[in-house]
Design a binder for this molecule. Sequence first.
Ligand SMILES: [Zn+2]
Length: 479
Amino acid sequence: MPKKQKYYITTPIYYVNDKPHIGHAYTTVVGDVLARWKRQNGFDVFYLTGTDEHGSKVAAAAQAENKSPQKFCDEIAEIYKIKWQNLNISNDYFIRTTDKDHIERVKQIFSQLKNGQTPKGNDVIYKDNYQGLYCTGCEKFLTEKELVNGQCPDHNKKPEALKEKNYFFRLSDYKEIIREKIANDEFQILPVSRKNEALSLLDFVDDFSVSRESVAWGIELPFDQTQKSYVWVDALSNYITALGYPSDLKLFKKFWPVDVHLMAQDILKFHTIYWPAMLIALGLPLPKSEYIHGFFTIDGQKMGKSRGNVIDPDELVSKYGVDATRYLLLSQFSFGQEADIRVERFPEKYNADLANGLGNLVARVTTLIEKNKLKIIIKQGGDTKLKKEFDQKMSNYRFDEALKILWAELRKCDEIITNTQPWKITDHEELKKILAPIAQDLLNVADLLQPFMPQTAEKIIKILTADKIKKAQALFPRI
Ligand SMILES: [Zn+2]
């Protein structure tokens, strides 16, 4: 047997200072759809998600709830895990940056970096004074360029001048290599607008600090007890420590480099510039690609706690069900773009596409087949033309268009039924000639729908491939 191709896909690790909302859910469902699609096509898949748990903001949030940081993180990480189960996410691993293995591996990575040299023969990391403009909200130093009217644009707050000793990563020695690899797509950044953004950002990035004196809740540097790891090495390296790097290389050898890192635009800089620089410094191959999607607005408003418009994915799941929630999230706008979620459109879309669309068609067809006791034999894995068109869209991350192709197929079936009026036909052979191809079409659609709506697809496949096709229960009750 030929060796299976591998596919490694990740979401970012989500910061535990925030409870999971629809933005996290969106990226995670996209990752799940891709992971399931690849598995279905015979790939050996590793789908990684997890939580980012260190930093002074987490420590402060824990203190506000009178909990130890670890207990606080344990609780939030558990919430993430449960919400992903509720959305039927099929991740192969859930990494937490407070995992013992991760902490040990980050220390080893730090030692490697400390001992390493840049392509220009300098130390990869070095200790220096740092004075900068620090936004406590962002938990990072901002450059003058990033400020708007002297304030952090994300927090509308003036950053503080802060000075301390830090270890720095010598990013400046890697900029040209990274520019070349991005420009020639050896390290592919998608969509193209984000690639251009990364290339122009390269002009403005400097060496960045990888440690802090002032942060208590973090990983202690193996070569300096006064310093704790600060964000980047700890967080970004999750993508390789989850595979065992550097202490246990079995999974790592199989799955690295990653096929795609998924993320929203706010962490573009760290993933397109800091992360490849770290990988080059470690002597490792760069990610094959990164896909960076836009932010959501909710009913035209930026999503935020203060606006009270944060949507909990569980709310959607309890109202529409898991599969419908996954469908509603991925069918309404093209992946990558900034998108506005109009919550009041969800019921309309649900009723039109699912209750009256897919659900109704399955019910009509199976009812007619059962009533007339038709013996219909169809098989899975047919219609390569539909699959080809669908796969083409999936390869290009056009999930909404992939779904549209399937729904166009459903509409064709509906039209045939309306035009031929099979409920008036009494001749079984004639009836079979109409319904068998429709049942086959439905089965083909269900087959391709599996990555998006796994439970629904499985139900439809089971009904249609049974020895005797029986009338289906309503798949999507009207709302
Ligand atoms: Zn800020």
